[in-house]
Design a protein around this ligand. Sequence first.
Ligand code: COA
Length: 280
Amino acid sequence: MNPPHSDVLVVDLHPVDDTRDLGFFVVLTIDRPNKLNALNSEVMEGLKAVCEWVESREDVRCLVITGASPLAPPEGKRAKPHAFVAGADITEFLGASSGEIRIKFTDNAVEALWNLSKPTIAMVDGFALGGGCEVACSCDIRIASTRAVFGTPEINLGLIPGYGATQRLERLVGYGKAHELIMTGEHINAHEAARIGMVNHVVEPEQLRDRVFAMARTIGSKSSHALAVGKAAVRSALDESLTDGVSTEAEAFALLFDSEDKEIGVQAFLNRTIPEWKHR
Ligand code: COA
């Protein structure tokens, strides 16, 4: 089955391994470089459809999400800056009512991304502002280039974040830093984002793709069943008390002992072979 078509998204499939059939990782590129990949309605609808497709494809092991690089500028014009996503498309805000926005922002594509059972990585090269920062925070892992810039500037529009930053960014960086970012609207660079725990790794722009692809390949080579169980267990820590969370983990760990992949993984370790996962 092919990925859903959209003029503003590019979906590429890459093999996890060049010699063994381990399935694919998907690179989803938001492709509106002249608008710094801002999230308009078309992007959001497309993104939701791609998330459904990724979830439905058993052979897709991991999702990488990124923004398109700037196009060559017309003669005499300056090039647009690099962007992951510069936020929700502000042109769709003018004159919009609470009713319209409530429909758009409830059960949206960022939630679809967050709710994927498969591992997700944000590959951030340039501005990740507002909704862009929130898309990144909805991924499991963020890898940024040194030219990445993060921020939640909605306060400058008389707004607050609407795609989950008050919750997911707060969980990543703590309420002190989340308040500072949301209240000042100030941008921070990639190193500062890494220092406060928003970003996992910072690399030079020319190394970004290789670094992200290497991680997607590493993750993609694991048991997708164990990955999904592990992701759900880590997520439960966001909603549950420590005591409840430890019980959730103990039960998830116990249930994995009934899985085929646990037998395969343990046997492979003991036999010094590479596990051939059944993904169940
Ligand atoms: N929504 C819609 N269009 C956007 C956008 C957004 N969030 N962010 C950038 N763009 C558009 C600009 O309007 C401009 O379009 P144009 O060339 O047709 O005029 C184009 O993208 C390039 O942006 P520009 O502002 O010219 O680039 P810059 O280098 O001067 O500044 C930013 C870059 C990121 C600092 C600036 O674009 C910005 O502040 N964007 C808005 C960020 C924001 O507030 N996001 C949260 C939204 S809720």
